[in-house]
Design a protein around this ligand. Structure first.
Ligand SMILES: CC(=O)SCCNC(=O)CCNC(=O)[C@H](O)C(C)(C)COP(=O)(O)OP(=O)(O)OC[C@H]1O[C@@H](n2cnc3c(N)ncnc32)[C@H](O)[C@@H]1OP(=O)(O)O
Ligand SMILES: O=CC(=O)O
Ligand SMILES: [Mg+2]
Length: 536
């Protein structure tokens, strides 16, 4: 059955805002019918899975901690592998990621990285305009019709040998408030997946590529199983062969690290690998244990990939993937080139080099960079580690032994005034940018995205709410201390905004959100959910 002939059983989607200009072909009747069908079939299942997250968190709040599941022991112990990885996805030694604006997409695809991940998630603020223009841009990129000229007159066009495109969709928790179905907002993930798949799957396949996705923030293998069902349904509805759609799943929540075999198994027809989403993983550690007074984390700077719980996570991910024939992707180092300070620039590159050397040496099949300037460093390291192979799928560490205790090990360290102020300053500046529609920004020479703000505000919550929130000079982090730093920080941010002629309302809103989320007795699940209420 052709797409146009397929009957839609879903009620029509209700627009809560006008479709952005120039989006008629993206929000076409057929595409909307496909998305509405997705919403009707899978929306209620998503709500149920989100409720299950709440129930699990309530158990963690009563003192429990994540563990391997007894009921899925057989899946962990039996021998099985995922389906074959398509040839174009076998070599992913360096991937660049970025938001979905036109210039970023062209630059990312032209960057020399193997993959460009177009990010509807952590690097994008999900304004209606960003999300729909992102789809327009991806549609054009797939058809290689994405030429454009910026305000300086610089022309952009795709190179012949552009990178493979992977689209990261929003997490299951984020609604798309501009589209309602049956009285409830459509899950944003279904809109992102649905539009890309509907418009581009056949076109990509015709061009030797395919509908490839990154799936973020899963907390349970049943969520992975649902994605596989969504893919299978879309394949059948769009006339694609079963197993055409391929996903890489980010392991970036603490519960998910205990279910990596189960996630691979549940998606074995549709998965090609796992990725170490280290930043959200740190956020998840704080969230899962937010009610445990003995789990207060030290300064963010002290929680790097070499601390035991993070090192164990990445090593177990590599081993699990390679046992199952799946790619084990590394994560993002936050450093970016420093333009006006060669010493700081060299130090930033050194940090990225060390990070990528560790990843390649541990057996990762590829890694992420945030900026094109870092591709040569990462490529050099992975080229050397891979030799003439496309990946390190053959590699297993015979001495590896990772247990639950290490996966949960609490990192030792201290909390400094600089760390406290850093979380407030960076969190506030980032959140103000997000509210203004920019989901990824350079702050103090680091790439910052939504995960930064989540770590910052959840650390602040922990430090304010637990007796362990004590500075290295002996001062307790009280609501009053937090509040005085927040005021100072806001004052500074407002001055900068005024000087640049930027809207100051976003700074005020960001401060209000930070105050509300950090001081509230309840720990909020996601800052971005609260911030989403404020954006257009
Ligand atoms: C935890 C996670 O989820 S990680 C995944 C999410 N994070 C990301 O995707 C990071 C994306 N990175 C970025 O957005 C940017 O690198 C930033 C915001 C950090 C810095 O951007 P800028 O300030 O524009 O950097 P800079 O001025 O040095 O850029 C130089 C050029 O590189 C381009 N560039 C920078 N980063 C990227 C990127 N990630 N992809 C493609 N092109 C890029 C810029 O567009 C610019 O192009 P131009 O010369 O044609 O104007
Ligand atoms: O999405 C990536 C992460 O580190 O978080
Ligand atoms: Mg993430």
């Amino acid at each position: 059955m052709s797409i146009a002939d397929a009957p839609s059983t879903a009620p029509a989607l209700e627009f809560k805002a006008d479709p952005p200009a120039g989006s008629d072909h993206i929000l076409s009747e057929e595409a909307l019918a496909f998305v509405a069908d997705l919403g009707l079939r899978f929306g209620p299942r998503i709500w149920t899975l989100l409720e299950a997250r709440q129930a699990r968190q309530a158990r963690f709040d009563r003192g429990a901690a994540p563990d391997f599941l007894p009921e899925t022991r057989a899946i962990r112990e039996q021998d099985w592998t995922i389906a074959e990885i398509p040839p174009v996805l076998q070599d992913r030694r360096v991937e660049i990621t970025g938001p979905v604006d036109r210039k970023m997409i062209i630059n990312g695809l032209n960057s020399g990285a193997r993959v460009f991940m177009a990010d509807f998630e952590d690097a994008s603020s999900p304004t209606w305009s960003n999300m729909i223009h992102g789809q327009i841009n991806i549609h054009d990129a797939v058809r290689r019709q994405i030429d454009f000229e910026d305000e300086r007159g610089k022309a952009y066009r795709l190179r012949e040998d552009s990178a493979e495109l992977i689209v990261r969709v929003r997490g299951l928790h984020l609604p798309e408030k501009h589209l309602y179905l049956d009285g409830a907002p459509l899950p944003g993930a279904l809109l992102d997946f649905g539009l890309h798949c509907f418009h581009n799957a056949h076109e990509l396949l015709k061009r030797g590529s395919g509908p490839w996705f990154y799936i973020p923030k899963l907390e349970h293998w049943q969520e992975a199983a649902l994605w596989s069902e969504i893919f299978a349904w879309a394949e059948s509805r769009l006339g694609l062969a079963r197993g055409t759609i391929k996903a890489t799943v980010l392991i970036e929540t603490l519960p998910a690290v205990f279910q990596m075999d189960e996630i691979l198994h549940a998606m074995r027809e549709h998965i090609v690998g796992l990725n170490c989403g280290r930043w959200d993983y740190i956020f998840s550690y704080i969230k899962v244990f937010h009610a445990h007074p003995d789990r207060v984390l030290p300064d963010r700077e002290q929680v790097g990939m070499t601390v035991p719980f993070l090192r164990a996570y990445s090593k177990l991910l590599i081993d699990t993937c390679h046992r199952r024939g799946a790619l084990a992707m590394g994560g993002m180092a936050a450093q970016i080139p420093v333009k006006d300070d060669s010493q700081a620039n060299e130090a930033a590159f050194e940090k990225v080099r060390a990070d990528k050397e560790r990843e390649a040496g541990d057996g990762h099949d590829g890694t992420w960079v945030a900026h094109p300037g870092l591709i040569p460093v990462a490529l050099g390291i992975f080229d050397q580690a891979l030799g003439d192979r496309p990946n390190q799928l053959h590699y297993r560490d015979p001495a590896l032994s990772v247990d639950r205790e290490t996966l949960l090990a609490h990192p030792e360290g201290s909390i400094s005034e600089q760390g406290l102020r850093g979380n407030i300053d960076v969190g506030l500046e980032y959140t103000a940018a997000w509210l203004a529609g920019r989901g990824c920004v350079p702050i103090r020479n680091l790439m910052e995205d939504a995960a930064t703000a989540e770590i910052a505000r959840s650390q602040l919550w922990q430090w304010i709410h637990h007796p362990g929130g004590v500075l290295d000079d002996g001062r307790q982090i009280t609501p009053e201390l937090f509040s005085s730093h927040l005021e100072e920080s806001l004052e500074g941010l407002l001055k900068v905004a005024e000087k640049k002629g930027l809207e100051t309302g976003h700074c005020e809103d960001a401060a209000r959100l930070f105050r509300q989320l950090s001081e509230s007795p309840e720990f909020a699940d996601f800052l971005t959910l609260h911030a989403y209420d404020v954006i257009a």
